[in-house]
Design a protein around this ligand. Structure first.
Ligand SMILES: Nc1ncnc2c1ncn2[C@@H]1O[C@H](COP(=O)(O)OP(=O)(O)OP(=O)(O)O)[C@@H](O)[C@H]1O
Length: 621
């Protein structure tokens, strides 16, 4: 599936709007860029002007010293222009780097909600393409504007009549180019999509060569690949046809004025235009205007289209119906998450991490997931949050906007505290009062004050891992998503801070909380605990599990009573197995459900419990 198919392509208008917003917010940088460009373009103006005066006032009048002085003045201006160019690059960097940050943020966010194999590639490759292309476009279009202005002012100062020969073809050629830009962009986009389709098709074929040969499918695969190549050929021909218009536009706007100037030279000389002015005008046209037009038309025609395509893809929403967000059924009324017969393995030949797992979490529930290291807790969290899709079975989860996963590694980016915290809020905005209240609830009030409040700028590298986690927790809290999944998201906090944050999430009215526990105290706070041990899953209340699950007793440090040390970190991998009432079959099974969560193995009828409390295992055991 190509990128274009995998993601809903955003029409051009929203992209343009966000582009304009991006530029509006950077008015100061743009002003600086314009200022240095003006310095740089001074040399354009002086180049033809000084040449004309060097001839008319100097060399043609037999005063070589005057002529040389004019040329020297032009040379000084070249030095000033070079200084301006150097500063221009600095300003361009200030414009381009924030774009890169914005795109990385978008891609990372989308990667969290709808990851696919190309997410990393988009991040590293396409963001770099976007940044470089954007920088190139800024340089080229800015240079065109200032060089053209410099040349036209120069022509006017030499003899206003010269503009009659230059401006009409220039405008006509630019209009032709502007008209062809959109159809050309569409052809370019089709070409890129066809190119990608070839890469995908051949990549798949190469990866499955053995299977193709074994199945005798060589002809079929070759025919499919052939179709892709034909499609690319058609796309490249269409693109080539439209590229002719670019050559035509360049000819009219850049080369026709030179021809007109030469043809009209006798007439111009007869109307008082000096030979020096003619030479100066020729210099403007050949040395400034034509190269600037060439760069502009090449830059906008190719790089501009490329930038448009890359930006649309980077900012596109995942397509409904594709793998990832959007293609799922939401849970039935009263439930936050429902897993039915879920099997998941990392790769086609790997052993499943989860096999036939059934699990329901009611809306408003608070579930803690415990188990030895590497048993599949994070995998379960990722399946619940929609970061992974099951190999078989079904996960019913809330829509993308209604669920938030907070991973162990907290993501904090350069920007203000407010930008970081409001990041998951609609429009990236939240009233300060809400922001401060959320921070206080989570226990990040002191941190916020120490950082300097919502407007302070964050330097992520200077924050400790715990501070980053606190910020990520506040961000998740502010998102007001009904389902929050904390995957060891508090592991760098001390037990008290962890307890405060978890309680804040659990106390949200109607909010569902799933916590992959780092310390056993997280299990004590939950309504229900899910114990994973690879072959079995047990759920129940803490006290009940202490009685019924040897593994749980091991994990809680061997405490047989209902109150183990609250802050004890969970023990690492254990070989313990539940001894009571467990199937020998490798598969998850219901054991000791207490009501809010149901987990059982394949072949069992799904049972959704009311609160059975200590009445023990559900029927069917
Ligand atoms: N991206 C991956 N590719 C391949 N295998 C993976 C991947 N992520 C996890 N695994 C494997 O899947 C199994 C379950 O991993 P998971 O991270 O879900 O366990 P966990 O219980 O959360 O462990 P921990 O408590 O150490 O975080 C482990 O054997 C792990 O090595």
């Amino acid at each position: 599936m190509s990128e274009a198919q995998r993601h809903r392509v955003v029409p051009g208008a929203p992209l343009r709007r966000s582009g304009l917003r991006f530029l509006k917010r950077r008015r100061t940088v743009l002003a600086r860029l314009a200022g240095w460009s003006l310095v740089e373009s001074g040399q354009t103006f002086l180049f033809g002007f000084a040449l004309a005066h060097a001839l008319d006032d100097g060399f043609l009048r037999g005063s070589p010293v005057v002529g040389a002085a004019w040329l020297a003045a032009a040379a000084v201006c070249v030095g000033a222009g070079a200084y301006g160019t150097a500063r221009v690059y600095g300003a361009v960097a200030d414009l381009v780097e924030p774009l890169r940050d914005t795109l990385v943020r978008k891609v990372v966010t989308r990667g969290l909600y709808a990851p696919d194999g190309a997410a990393v590639s988009r991040l590293t490759h396409q963001v770099e393409i976007a940044r470089d292309t954007f920088a190139g476009l800024v340089l080229v279009s800015r240079s065109f504007v200032f060089v053209t202005a410099g040349a036209l002012v120069g022509l006017c100062s030499l003899a206003p009549v010269l503009l009659l020969l230059v401006v009409p073809p220039l405008v006509l050629g630019l209009a032709l180019f502007a008209g062809a830009l959109r159809p050309m962009a569409r052809r370019q986009e089709t070409f890129l999509a066809a190119d990608e389709a070839i890469a995908t098709e051949t990549g798949t074929a190469v990866g499955g060569l053995r299977d193709i040969t074994a199945a005798g499918a060589e002809r079929t695969v070759a025919a499919a690949a052939g179709e892709r190549f034909d499609a690319e050929l058609r796309a490249s021909r269409a693109l080539a046809r439209w590229s002719v218009s670019r050559v035509l536009a360049l000819g009219i706007s850049g080369r026709l004025p030179i021809v007109l100037l030469l043809l009209a030279a006798p007439w111009l000389l007869g109307r008082g235009v000096t030979p020096g002015a003619l030479v100066g005008a020729l210099a403007y046209l050949t040395q400034s205007l034509l190269p600037a037009l060439q760069s502009l038309m090449h830059g906008l025609g190719t790089a501009g289209t490329r930038l448009g395509v890359v930006l649309r893809r980077l900012t596109a929403e995942p397509a409904t119906g594709a793998a990832g967000a959007g293609s799922h059924r939401t849970p039935r009324d009263g439930y936050a998450v429902e897993l039915t017969g879920v099997t998941f393995a990392y790769g086609p030949h790997a052993d499943p991490v989860l096999r036939g797992l059934d699990l329901t979490v009611p809306a408003g529930g608070h579930l803690a997931v415990v188990g030895p290291s590497g048993i599949g807790k994070s995998t379960l969290a990722a399946l619940v949050a929609g970061m992974l899709e099951p190999g078989s079975g079904e996960v019913r989860r809330p829509a993308t906007a209604d669920r938030v996963l907070v991973p162990q590694e907290a993501y904090v980016f350069s920007g203000t505290v407010r930008e970081n915290l409001a990041y998951l809020c609609p429009g990236g905005r939240v009233p300060d009062a809400d922001l401060l209240a959320a921070a206080a609830e989570i226990g990040a009030g002191a941190l916020l004050a120490r950082l300097g409040g919502p407007d302070a700028t964050l330097a992520p590298a200077e924050l400790s891992a715990g501070e980053r986690q606190l910020l990520a927790l506040v961000r998740a809290y502010l998102a007001r998503a009904p389902l929050i999944v904390l995957d060891e998201a508090t592991c760098h906090l001390d037990p008290e801070a962890e307890a405060r944050a978890e309680r804040a999430f659990a106390a949200r009215p109607g909010g569902t909380l799933i916590v992959v526990a780092h310390r056993i105290s997280s299990a004590l706070r939950a309504d229900r605990v899910l114990v994973m041990d690879g072959t079995h899953v047990r759920t129940g209340r803490h006290g009940e599990l202490l009685r019924r699950s040897a593994l749980y007793r091991e994990l809680t440090g061997g405490w047989a009573h209902a109150e183990p040390p609250a802050a004890a970190p969970l023990q690492p991998a254990l070989a313990a197995r539940d001894a009571d009432g467990v199937d020998a079959v490798a598969g998850t099974r219901l054991a000791g459900d207490g009501g809010h969560v149901v987990a059982h193995g394949p072949g069992r009828q799904m049972q959704d419990a009311g609160d059975l409390g200590d009445r023990g295992a559900l029927g069917g055991q």
